[in-house]
Design a protein around this ligand. Sequence first.
Ligand code: NAD
Ligand code: ADE
Length: 417
Amino acid sequence: MKYDISDINLSSQGKKLIAWAERDMPVLRLIKKRFHEEKPLKGVKLAACLHVTSETANLAITLKEGGASVYLCASNPLSTNDMVASSLVKDFHIPVFAIKGEDNKTYYQHLRAVLDTNPNQTMDDGADLVGMIHSTYKHLLKIVVGSTEETTTGVIRLKAMEKDKALKIPVLAVNDNLTKHLFDNRYGTGQSTIDGVIRATNILLAGRTFVVAGYGWCGRGLAMRARGMGALVIVTEIDPIKALEAKMDGFMVKPMIDAIKEADILVTVTGNKHVVDEHHLKVAKNGIIIANSGHFDVEINKGALKKLSKKSVSVRPYVEEYDLGAKKIYLLAQGRLVNLASAEGHPASVMDMSFAGQAFASEYMWKNKDSLEHKVYKLPDELDQEIARLKLKAEKVEIDSLSAKQKKYLESWREGT
Ligand code: NAD
Ligand code: ADE
């Protein structure tokens, strides 16, 4: 079996981490049991490009139980847990191509390694595999029945490809599941981004000014959790509705050029480029800590930061001090996803729903391979609802159901005052 990981001897701790995550993934456990019995993915050769965490390991194991051959590479050079990668190879016989801290050349070598297996289905977190299949791996367009996509930035790219008629395979946008973005992006990113900032710096948040760039699903969660830690939160936005929502949620809203002057900590979560640009960095407060939790490392203009700096030095793991002469700026995790680089990403409980969505999407894609067109699809609402139902059941939460009278009332338009 071919693989490329940091150290095969790290497997015993990795196995424990995978089991620890599984404890908090009841929905995925149920799916794994059914997959084991029904083998709905028999015949699937799946190349997956995801953050190689203990939660992802449980997804990979579930897909394998369903009959798929799974090949895994990382969707970010800094997000791999080497212990987990080792256990996946040694204990679960799943080929992994991922090393924490790999350089860009190795990162793409690993993407090529999973595509070189000639997969017939792909799974992305950020559309990297689909991008390669449409450029240097075009021959796979004939055999790949479709792909599933985990994150907002990936879905945006895939929809742009569809709009340009450049998309040549069907895609299921798992991020568009309500059971994904309402929980993973909001509560997952909210908590794990704070976790990443704290693990990297060990700073106190209480009383500090914390700027959140972007008030989408992730930004809302992050602003909420930063406030919960006692920080004074300022939101920056470009969308008037989101800005108004942030204001009415009780946050200060300012343009970046003003917010950065006050920020002790600033985190970008927009999915956009150069949200913190050269002119912002020039007026930033001395000692500011800057991080990113958006998918790509483009949100902070790192080139401009380097240009403005006399020198830079690593002062702690994942903390780089940039000396601009008159002030110092601290950049966390090279501007890459701080929650996955210096912490462990979202907790298992929330990834349970995201990855239940991926497992359902993979099954749905295989079952409907002959009828799906070259479009970006949402998973059927019933499957999304089913994930929520299973999660509630696992958490022993009961809810009411409509009476026949109520159902009729909701469907009628005649009854009034
Ligand atoms: P979203 O579309 O819900 O929100 C993005 C927000 O950023 C929007 O409200 C948009 O108006 C705003 N924005 C865009 N450009 C801006 C700018 N220049 N200044 C200020 N605001 C700006 O997206 P989301 O689901 O919140 O995802 C955001 C990013 O986080 C994406 O890249 C996504 O892939 C990524 N993501 C990361 C994690 C993680 O684990 N770190 C998890 C989920 C999503
Ligand atoms: N994205 C955010 N958190 C994650 C996790 N724990 N595992 C995989 N992908 C993630």
